[in-house]
Write a protein that binds this ligand. Structure first.
Ligand SMILES: C[S@@+](CC[C@H](N)C(=O)[O-])C[C@H]1O[C@@H](n2cnc3c(N)ncnc32)[C@H](O)[C@@H]1O
Length: 266
C-alpha cells in the first residue's frame, strides 16, 4: 500500500509538476481520497492505473489537491494592519513598488492588494504579481469575474467602486486589473520578476512540511528588498522554523514580518 502511494506521488509529480512529497501527508491523503471515492476506486494502485489511462483526470486531481478557496480582504484585520502600519512606510519609498501574492488562487488576494493600493493613492506606481501553480485558477483569476461568496469581507462601497455587476457575477474594473499580472509559478522556484516591497503568502505554507516551509521562507527573504514586508496567513504557525528568525516581527497577531528593520507592535 505504502509503495503504491509513493508510486502514485511520483507519477503526479512528474506529470503535473506538483511536488506532492513536500506536502503534509494527512491532508494530501484526504484529498486523494476525494478523487478515489468520486471514481469508486478502492486503492492507490488502481487510481494510478486510472490516471495513466485517463490523463484528463490529472487536471481534476490538481484542482482537488490545490484548494483554491479565497475571499476579498480575507482576514480583514490583517488588511487593516497593513493599511495603518505598512502602507505609510511604503508611501515613503520613491519609485515603483512591487507586490507579490504567492499562491493567489482565483485572484481575490492580489485584487484586494490592488484595491488597497488604489485607496492609498499608490496604484499608479504599483505592480502586483499574482502567481499560482494551478492554471485553471489563474484563468479564472484573469477573467476577474466573482460570485457573491468571494465578497463576504469587502465593504459595500469598495464593491461598488471597483466592480461592475454582470448577470449573477461582479467583474473587477479595468483600472484595477491592469495593475495585476498573473503568472503560473511554483513557490519552490525563484521568483523571476524582481525584488519585492511586499510578499503576501497566505494559506499555502500550511499544507507544506517543515523543511519545505523553511526553504520557502528563505526564498521570500532573498526575494524582498531591504525593509520589505512578508505577510503570512493567520493559520500559518511557523514554530521551530529557523528561517523566519531572519525577519523582524512587525505584528505577531497578523503575521507581518519585515526584512532588516525592527519595530514590533503587537
Ligand atoms: C487556499 S489557496 C490560498 C489563496 C489565498 N492566498 C488566500 O489566502 O485566500 C492556496 C493556493 O495555493 C496554491 N499553491 C499550492 N502549492 C503551491 C505552490 N507550490 N506554488 C504556488 N502555488 C501553490 C494552490 O494552487 C491554491 O490556489
Amino acid at each position: 500500500m505504502e509503495n503504491n502511494y509513493q508510486d502514485l506521488l511520483t507519477y503526479i509529480e512528474v506529470e503535473t509538476g506538483f511536488r506532492c512529497t513536500n506536502y503534509k501527508e494527512r491532508p494530501l491523503k484526504r484529498r486523494l481520497m476525494v478523487r478515489l471515492r468520486a471514481l469508486n476506486i478502492e486503492n492507490y494502485e488502481k487510481y494510478l492505473l486510472f490516471l495513466k489511462q485517463h490523463p484528463e483526470e490529472l487536471k481534476t486531481l490538481l484542482d482537488v489537491l490545490t484548494i483554491n478557496l479565497s475571499y476579498f480582504f480575507r482576514n480583514p484585520e490583517t488588511f487593516d494592519f497593513i493599511k495603518q502600519r505598512v502602507i505609510p512606510i511604503l508611501k515613503q519609498e520613491s519609485g515603483s513598488l512591487i507586490f507579490w501574492s504567492a499562491g493567489c488562487a482565483k485572484g481575490e488576494e492580489p485584487y484586494s492588494l490592488a484595491i488597497m493600493a488604489g485607496e492609498a493613492g499608490l496604484l499608479e506606481r504599483t505592480t502586483i504579481y499574482a502567481t499560482d501553480i494551478d492554471s485553471v485558477a489563474l484563468d479564472r483569476a484573469q477573467q476577474g469575474r466573482f460570485q457573491n461568496l468571494s465578497f463576504q469581507f469587502l465593504d459595500a462601497h469598495l464593491k461598488d467602486e471597483y466592480f461592475i455587476p454582470d448577470k449573477n457575477c461582479f467583474v473587477i474594473k479595468e483600472k484595477i486589473r491592469q495593475h495585476v499580472i498573473f503568472r503560473k509559478h511554483d513557490i519552490f522556484e525563484k521568483f523571476p520578476f524582481g525584488y519585492c516591497n511586499l510578499i503576501m503568502c497566505r494559506n499555502v505554507l500550511i499544507y507544506l512540511d517543515r523543511n519545505a516551509q523553511s526553504v520557502i521562507i528563505n526564498n521570500f527573504y532573498e526575494q524582498l528588498k531591504e525593509k520589505g514586508f512578508l505577510v503570512l496567513g493567520k493559520v500559518e504557525l511557523l514554530i521551530g522554523i529557523l528561517s523566519i528568525k531572519r525577519f523582524n516581527v512587525i505584528s505577531r497577531n497578523e503575521h507581518v514580518y519585515q526584512k532588516g528593520h525592527y519595530a514590533e507592535s503587537s
